[in-house]
Design a protein around this ligand. Sequence first.
Ligand code: IMP
Ligand code: MG
Length: 178
Amino acid sequence: MKDIILHNEKFEVFINENEIQKIVESIANNINTKKIKDPLFIAVLNGSFLFAADIMRKITIPNVEISFIKLSSYEGTKTTGNVNELIGINKDISKRNIIILEDIIDTGITLEKTITLLKKENVADIKIATLLFKPDAYTKNINIDFIGKSIPNNFVVGYGLDYDENGRNLPHIYKLKN
Ligand code: IMP
Ligand code: MG
C-alpha cells in the first residue's frame, strides 16, 4: 500500500483496515463476555468516532447506549499537556455503568480528565476501552480494561486519528515515516 503525505509529512501503512476490524472485534467480544448491566458507552470525540461506530455494531449486551464527549489535548504531533473540555455530558448518567471509548491512549492526560469529569456525575462504574495504547508514553496509574493493540511511541493517523485535523478519513492506520 502506498505511502501518503499529510501537511508535508510522509506516512506509511501501519495497521490495515482488515487488521483494524479484527482488533475492534476482539475488544467487542471481550466486552460482551463481561455482561455489564445496561452499559453506557461514552466515546471521546473526535478521534474515536469511527471506532465507536464499528464497535457498537459488534456489542450484543442488551440495553446498550452511547453518548459522546469532546476533549482535546493535541496540537500537531505533540501533546500540549492541557486538556480542554469542549462538549460535556448533558444528561443524567448517575448510577450508570460507563465504558469509555478512546481511539488512542498516549500520556493518559485525556483519560484522567475524562474520568474526573465522569466521577463528578456519580456514575456507578467506569471501564476503559481503547483501540490503541502507547505504553512507553503512558504516565498514569489508571488501569485500562480493554486494549486493542499496544504500539510503540510513533505518531499515527487514520481511522479517526488526525494530524492537525487531516487524515481522519483514511481507512488504514498510518505511522509517521522517518
Ligand atoms: P493523551 O491525553 O496524551 O493520552 O492523548 C490522547 C489523545 O491525543 C487521543 O485521544 C488522540 O486524540 C490524541 N493522540 C495521541 N496520540 C496520537 C497519535 O499518535 N496520533 C494522533 N492523535 C493522537
Ligand atoms: Mg487529535
